[in-house]
Design a protein around this ligand. Structure first.
Ligand code: GRF
Length: 200
């Protein structure tokens, strides 16, 4: 088994997709062992509890510096034997110390086809607002490795989703989640867990 931590900040629908995939035997050798939230009120914590998965809250504001936060977060994960970190709507910035501690072991889901609509400031609804403003006809989601460059790590999986007439950012966000994110994140997690298991 490869121990996976899912880092969240909000509603946790991507976490739910991972939990459901695991229950359906579709997470391969991946095992969701810990959920870490940057926000104590995140509904994702309730999803973890309902699924019987241990959780922790680690908030940036409780630490004097980004470096201390990075080290504390990495320590929490190491203490739990975590081998893969999955960012699923995680809104805190991870610094170089954390990235170094989990080099090539952090993946993220981004709601666009990278390299479009990504990088600094492109998160949540803003991504879909920008896609609609530009008038693209196709958008989608990307799962990628996390490195020091925002949304700049190696791409693992992508899936395209059509923009439709009359779309609002909210409607488009929902379609991208339903048609791409909830499918891609469990798939990519299973793939990377398989690779980690085979390296041992
Ligand atoms: C998703 O759109 C994800 O791509 C982005 O943040 C959103 C998180 O949603 N990074 P949820 O908390 O998984 O419901």
């Amino acid at each position: 088994m490869v121990k996976v931590a899912v880092l969240v900040s909000g509603g946790g629908t991507n976490l739910q997709a991972l939990i459901d995939a695991q229950a359906a035997g579709k997470l391969g050798c991946g095992q969701i062992s810990l959920v870490v939230s940057s926000n104590s009120k995140a509904y994702a914590l309730t999803r973890a509890e309902n699924a019987g998965i241990p959780s922790a809250v680690v908030r940036r504001k409780d630490f004097a510096s980004g470096e201390e936060y990075d080290l504390a977060l990495a320590q929490t994960l190491k203490d739990n034997g975590i081998q893969l970190v999955v960012l699923a709507g995680f809104l805190s910035i991870l610094g170089p110390k954390f990235i170094e501690a989990y080099r090539d072991r952090i993946i993220n889901i981004h709601p666009s086809l990278i390299p479009s609509f990504c990088g600094d400031g492109f998160y949540g609804l803003r991504v879909h607002e920008a896609a609609l403003e530009k008038g693209v006809k196709v958008t989608g989601a990307t799962v990628h490795f996390v490195n020091e460059i925002c949304d700049g790590g190696e791409i693992i999986l992508q899936k395209a989703v059509y923009v439709e007439e009359g779309d609002t950012p909210e409607i488009l966000q929902r379609r991208v989640m339903e048609q791409a994110e909830w499918e891609l994140l469990p798939k990519a997690t299973a793939m990377i867990c398989e690779k980690i298991a085979n390296k041992k």
